[in-house]
Design a protein around this ligand. Sequence first.
Ligand code: GDD
Ligand code: MN
Length: 424
Amino acid sequence: MSGTFFLTTVSRASKVLGCAPPLRASDMKPEIALVVFSLVIPTYNESQNIRPLIRQLTSALENVIDNYEIIVVDDDSPDGTWKIAEELARQNSHLRIMRRRGEKGLATAVVLGWKEANGEILGVMDGDLQHPPEILPTLLKLMLSTHADIVVASRNVAGGGVSEWSLRRRLVSWGAACLTTLMLPGILRIVRDPMSGYFVIRRSVIPFGDLRPVGYKILLEVMARGKYDTIVEVPYVFEERKHGASKLGPKQQWEFLRHLGRLGWETGQIGRFFRFCAVGGSGVVVNVATLSLLTEIGGLYYLYSSIVAVETAIMSNFVLNEYWTFQDRSNQRPGLRDRLRRLAKFNLLCAVGAIVNVTVLWVLTDLAGVYYVASNLVGLGAATLWNYGLNANITWERAITRNVVTGEDKDGSRWRRICKRWPK
Ligand code: GDD
Ligand code: MN
């Protein structure tokens, strides 16, 4: 990581949580009293937001946790956010400021902050008050009570949402989700809001050596590369910005595409897609061979042969996908019942895929006047994306424990959860 930064150095305390051996006061210098939680706040031109944010955070955490630090990572904001933050830090011993020069970028700022952090639990939130500080204690408590690896503040579970997004921003967000689900299949089934910039995570989950984030989506990076079994999502409403402006523009959108492509490639998901296409191609060969064998040698009426040929191809595709394309996922649930269940899903989704193919063929040829061979190619492409997208996300879904917090009990103390625990 290039660029320079300044920070007040604190030597690293032992990073054990919960089961830590009792630390005697004499073991520690007073300023390093075991930090268990480090919250990183990336900022760029948030001079009007940083004061109220730190105030709200401090009061939210006050009676919840003592051993925490807040690390503001500022990219040398022209509006002097870092200066205000440094002033605040003089009166607030929990606050540390890193002023990075010569480099910009939300995700890299977060990683830099985490690397310097002392906590065993790490967190991130925006510096513009769009992420409500009040729910931070909930995120932390849930992490401890459910032994979760990651607790995500989520816009896309019941009770969450966005306050006043324009149709355009909603569409962009939806398009991004579709692309994500094709590029990193399974991720949206594990967490409904993988684009969230507000979450807490155990240090052990983050593969520091492998992180190569570009742009904004740090959670996507961590979830695509990290190792975790249990996720909790907590609903929140993304607030309107009151001061300053979002830095999310065309450049960030382009970076998102680059980021997704890089993650898809480096985590082997694009390779998986090619394997799936190769299996599809082999299915065509199986289909043609079965059809001609049954008709020519078996003497069967060609339409009957065709029905058998289609099913034979689906079966051979299934076996190849099960033992090759999705081997890692089918190994998570190798029982016969699970395999049969996947076979049924695959059959069903491929049948719908065939309908997609024919529909596109018909719409383009009959309604748009495209030459039917060209329409068919487009139809085949659409069906391939359909088959891959749905089978990779549903048939061969990844096994994980997923909790969604749906609300508070009447006394406000306990949380009800939807708990989906898949066998490993
Ligand atoms: N250090 C640093 N460097 N901070 C940055 C940079 C940068 O280059 N760019 C943005 N930030 C800071 C902002 O100052 C703010 O505190 C936070 O990162 C989020 O930036 P916004 O520009 O306000 O992003 P947004 O509101 O459009 O989107 C955010 O919220 C979404 C929903 O949770 C981001 O966090 C998205 O990742 C997230 O999906
Ligand atoms: Mn924002």
